[in-house]
Design a protein around this ligand. Structure first.
Ligand code: 0A1
Ligand code: ZN
Length: 882
């Protein structure tokens, strides 16, 4: 394991390599514990580089077992090899030269799942961000692009399949029960996009004919017997390929596109050129074992990785500071794809929910960093919701500022201008400046300033002057390393709603630029006057969440109720319902803390139930409306001195009040929202299931016994309904025989399906209350708990620490100390996984003092432990920093 070196990498230190890599030839002789890798690299010295400059290659836990320069041995003094680097001196001044490097690595022992490792009996690689250097010495950085030839030799019986990037060149027997295959990828790529897979897998095959008429072979490899569960992923892939042609004019560029599903993977999936590797959770689905959410995730992640072929692979990042160049843009592209495939407003609501519950806390805590950071210690820790989701929001704002046509032109220019290059955020933004003539200097602060801007708004109507005046003020909070902030360019979509009906169009606007419905807030404080307004308007602000800000805008409950009922922007309707509900939840949490009675305003319940019952609204929207902000969302909004038990009690009481007020509505929905006929994962059917299960959740609050929910469990004929019923049983009736029976039944029925057993663990890990920790510890003793499988660890330990605030945050601090023990344990094997789970502590300073003290001492225990990985040390030190 790479332990901490304390080395900080700074963007300001970037400079190109001294040597240009012309081509790469790799030969792998695969063996579970002794794989021999022969790497032939052709370099030449970059023009202008000192003739004495040595070549320095990266390594990580490597041992050099052979080195040739132009096929000849080197004298000992001409090179130095350590596990972390290979330095070669006295290289030709200008002529190209060939370096042949031999390393021997042990895939079986690779528990970090970075580099070449074994999972489920197959060989598999993960090279982003710095995994390639665990295979061979190499200039392992994204601005070194070269075409690759890969030869794979392996035992034929155990590994009938030998895959790598690019197009298949050929294969043959290799004596002694071995065979080999050769692949060539003509598209110059950085090492992080390299992939190799070998083993024995089943396949689902199809073809896609591109817009210029080329036929591409599509193959999805899965464990034998799981082929039928990969057909939805194949369908999603074909839809993604078509969509990228239609929307962005992007055509696929190899003869074959492959996806391999593996069960041990640190992240969701990886966009290796022509050979994506996926966590099997995001490939495998059938109605019996996958929920509607699983289907939607598969569709989105298949699309995301495929879209990387252009945004990430053909045009890549100059350095890892530019990660958002590929990730923010590709998330934006997959969001747009899902919006087109499903319901745009419902998709937007889901995105914003996710952004607020994951990215906003990151941006307001000790781990806050700009979308384009300028310094890092461990790049693995920068695959964050800020880089991904806020990065996507920034791209969305460029589209909002420019409008659809100019945005498309800017993207076309980006693809034309930078194809085959490794570029920066500045290069990306320049394309949009060039096509629009707009100066995006101030806007670019979105990439450089961390922290969620707070916009305060107030409006007043002057009936005599027929004007509506809107005062806006922005404040960007201080974040680690950035205390002074400049005003940002904030594009606020807005609508002036008439109280009777429709939208009011102002005759003119002064004080700010308004393009269509986008108001440009660019100063610290700005007063905007809308002229020619015949009646008092109801202002709908930040429609579609056009900008990722916190908005402070006091609106009357009447105005919010009007927006909730009549806005044509359905996202704004949902937001208005949240704005009506949140004050009730916050007050309830404060009251619960004081032991006072909890109340809930009828304006909120009325509006919520009206939306739930409104048949003109799509069921998926109504289900979203009924899902109240989570306990963590409420904690974030409370902003400090938080007591998870009080928040839980408050939220539960409000849910009960809604259930009481809406019993009739929920009964009608539960009876009426059936989805007759065979299961279909389409968005409309999924929406009906979501609404029906939301209704069941509320109804269960009124039930004295689990009978109704248990009946729903018994009647379920798909995983969405089955897991929803089991979740309600576990949450609402945790200690009943019915719940115990359902949990046992679920476990026995799906014992041989790891992805479903992950759900079984997660459902139990989320059961609130003081007893949760003991439950987790018991579950860890069961033979089904597999410490080496990241999905399993995330489903049990991850769910507990991220999604069970009362159980994890119990007042005696035992949850935090459990986490500390687990982090130290996991870190020995898989630092990336440990560091990610540790981020669950990022908001510890918002806890009330007793819990905060326990949290601090658990964190200090981690910080003081010997032999921490760079990954964990980086996170723990940032989290603890004053
Ligand atoms: N580029 C991938 C995410 C990814 C990053 C790192 C990984 O291993 C440490 C794996 C995948 C994506 O955006 O999908
Ligand atoms: Zn990505």
């Amino acid at each position: 394991m790479r332990t901490d070196t304390g080395q900080i990498i700074n963007l300001a230190d970037y400079r190109p390599t001294d040597f240009v890599l012309e081509r790469v030839d790799l030969t792998f002789d695969l063996h579970p514990t002794e794989t021999k890798v022969e790497t032939r690299l052709i370099f030449h010295r970059r023009e202008g580089v000192d003739a004495n400059a040595p070549l320095v290659l990266d390594g990580d836990e490597l041992v050099l077992s052979g080195l040739l320069l132009d096929q000849s041995e080197l004298p000992a003094g001409q090179y130095d090899a350590t596990p972390e680097s290979l330095t070669v001196r006295n290289l030709p001044e200008s002529a190209p030269f060939e370096l042949t490097i031999t390393t021997v690595i042990n895939p079986e022992a690779n528990t970090q799942l970075m580099g070449l490792y074994r999972t489920g009996g197959i060989y598999c690689t993960q090279c982003e961000a710095e995994g390639f250097r665990r295979i061979t010495y190499f200039p392992d950085r994204p601005d070194v692009l070269a075409p690759y030839t890969v030869n794979i030799i392996a035992d034929k019986e155990a590994n009938p399949l030998l895959l790598s990037n690019g197009n298949f060149l050929g294969g043959a027997g290799y004596g002694e029960g071995k065979h080999f295959a050769a692949w060539f990828d003509p598209h110059p790529k950085p090492s992080y996009l390299f992939a190799l897979v070998a083993g024995d897998l089943g396949v689902v095959e199809d073809t896609f004919t591109t817009m210029s008429g080329r036929e591409v072979a599509l193959k999805i490899y899965v464990e034998h017997g799981k082929e039928p569960r990969a057909t939805y992923a194949m369908d999603a892939l074909k839809r993604s390929m078509k969509w990228d042609e239609e929307r962005f004019g992007r055509e696929y560029d190899l003869d074959i596109f492959m996806i391999v599903a593996v069960s041990d993977f640190n992240m969701g999936a990886m966009e290796n050129k022509g050979l994506n590797v996926f966590n099997d959770k995001y490939v495998l689905a059938d109605p019996e074992t996958a929920t509607d959410a699983d289907y939607a995730n598969i569709e989105a992640i298949i699309a995301h990785e495929y879209f990387h072929n252009w945004t990430g692979n053909r045009i890549t990042c100059r350095d890892w500071f530019q990660l958002c160049l590929k990730e923010g843009l590709t998330v934006y592209r997959d969001h747009e794809f899902s919006a087109d495939q499903r319901s745009r407003p419902v998709k937007r609501i889901a995105e914003v929910r996710h952004l607020k519950s994951e990215q906003f806390p990151e941006d307001s805590g000790p781990l806050a960093h700009p979308v384009r950071p300028t310094t890092y210690r461990e790049i693995n820790n920068f695959y964050t919701t800020t880089v991904y989701e806020k990065g996507s929001e920034v791209t969305r704002m460029i589209a909002t500022l420019l409008g659809r046509d100019l945005f498309k032109k800017g993207m076309d220019l980006y693809f034309d201008r930078h194809d085959g290059q490794a570029v920066t955020i500045e290069d990306f933004v320049k394309c949009f400046e060039d096509v629009s003539g707009r100066d995006l200097t101030q806007f670019s602060l979105w990439y450089h300033q961390a922290g969620t801007p707070l916009v305060t708004a107030s409006g007043s109507y002057d009936a005599n002057a027929k004007t509506f005046t809107l005062s806006l003020e922005q404040m960007v909070p201080a974040t680690p390393g950035q205390t002074v902030k400049k005003p940002m360019h904030i594009p606020l979509r807005l609508g002036l709603l008439a109280e009777d009906d429709g939208l009011i169009t102002p005759a003119s606007v002064t004080g700010a630029e308004l393009t269509d419905d986008v108001l440009h807030l660019t100063k610290k404080a700005q007063t905007v006057t809308f002229h020619g307004i015949p009646q008092r308007p109801v202002l709908s602000l930040n429609r579609s969440f056009s900008t990722p800000i916190n908005l402070q805008f006091s609106q009357s409950t009447e105005d919010l109720a009007l927006i909730a009922r009549y806005e044509t922007d359905h996202f704004a309707r949902w937001q208005a319902l949240i704005d009506l509900g949140l004050p009730n939840l916050l007050q309830a949490a404060r009251d619960a803390r004081q032991g006072a009675d909890i109340t809930c305003g009828s304006a909120f319940t009325d509006a919520l139930l009206a939306a739930a019952a409104d048949e003109s609204l799509e069921p998926a929207f109504r289900a979203q409306a009924l899902a109240l902000p989570s306990e963590s969302d409420i904690a974030r909004e409370l902003g400090g001195n938080n007591d998870p038990d009080a928040i839980h009690a408050a939220r539960q009481t409000i849910i009960k009040r809604i259930a009481e007020a809406g019993e009739d509505v929920f009964t009608v929905l539960y009876d009426g929202m059936q989805t007759p006929g065979p299961f279909s994962p389409d968005a409309a059917s999924a929406g009906r299931r979501a609404l029906r299960n939301a209704a069941l959740g509320y109804l269960s609050q009124l039930d004295e016994t689990p009978a109704r929910t248990k009946a729903a469990y018994d009647a379920a004929n798909n995983m969405t309904d089955l897991s929803a019923a089991l979740t309600i049983l576990a949450q609402r009736f945790p200690d009943t025989v019915e719940t115990a029976a359902a949990l046992a039944h679920f476990r026995d029925r799906f014992a041989d399906n790891a992805l479903v057993i992950d759900k079984w663990f997660a459902i139990q890990a989320a059961i609130p209350g003081d007893g949760a920790l003991e439950r987790i510890q018991l579950l860890m003793e069961t033979p089904l708990f597999k410490r080496t499988n990241p999905n399993r660890v995330r489903s049990l330990i991850g769910t507990f620490v991220f999604a069970n605030p009362t159980g994890f945050g119990r007042a005696d601090g035992a949850g935090y100390h459990f986490l500390a023990d687990e982090i130290l344990e996991i870190d020995q094997r898989n630092p990336q996984l440990a560091a990610r789970i540790l981020t669950s502590m990022r908001s510890w300073r918002l806890l009330e003092p007793v819990r905060a003290d326990h949290a601090r001492s658990a964190l200090l225990r981690i910080e003081r432990a010997a032999g921490l990985s760079t990954d964990v040390r980086d996170i723990v030190e940032r989290i603890l920093k004053e």
